[in-house]
Write a protein that binds this ligand. Structure first.
Ligand SMILES: [Cu+2]
Length: 138
C-alpha cells in the first residue's frame, strides 16, 4: 500500500459520511469543480500510537499557496465509541500548515477530516484514511 494520503477535496456542503476509504491511496486530489486542493501528509508513515506530525498544504486552482486559512483536523476511528481527536493547524509557510503533535489514541483504521476556512469565507474539506500501528519498541 502506498503512503499517499492525498484525497478528494470537497468544497462546501460536502457529505462526509459514507466516504470511508479502504486504502491509503486514492485519487488525484480535487473534485473537478473544486477551486482548491487540500493535501494532508503524516509523519511518520505509517503513524504509530502517540503523537504524529501532520502537514497540510492548501493551494488554489492555479497551484498558488493559500495563506490565512483556519484549518482544523478531526480524527475518528472506523468503529464507534471513540472520542474524536481534534487539533488546529498552525501556519508555517505560505500555503502550508502543520500540527506537530496530533495524538493518535489507538491503533487501527482512522479517518482524518481536514476542514479549512479560507479568508474569503470559502470552505474546503478533505478526508484522509490511514492505518495507525501499535507503538514500536514500547
Ligand atoms: Cu479505537
Amino acid at each position: 500500500m502506498r503512503a499517499s494520503y492525498l484525497l478528494r477535496v470537497l468544497v462546501r456542503s460536502a457529505v462526509l459520511s459514507g466516504l470511508l476509504l479502504g486504502s491509503g491511496c486514492r485519487g488525484d486530489g480535487a473534485l473537478p469543480d473544486s477551486p482548491y486542493r487540500l493535501d494532508l501528509s503524516i509523519s511518520p508513515t505509517p503513524p504509530a500510537v502517540g503523537p504524529a506530525r501532520l502537514i497540510i498544504t492548501l493551494t488554489d486552482s492555479a497551484g498558488s499557496p493559500v495563506e490565512g486559512a483556519e484549518i482544523v483536523v478531526e480524527g475518528n476511528m472506523s468503529h464507534a465509541g471513540m472520542v474524536p481527536v481534534i487539533d488546529t493547524a498552525q501556519a508555517e509557510d505560505p500555503g502550508r500548515y502543520g500540527i506537530n503533535d496530533f495524538t493518535f489514541t489507538m491503533a487501527g483504521d482512522w479517518v482524518l477530516t481536514t476542514r479549512g476556512v479560507l479568508p474569503d469565507g470559502d470552505s474546503v474539506i478533505a478526508e484522509t484514511a490511514t492505518n495507525v500501528v501499535g507503538r514500536v519498541g514500547g
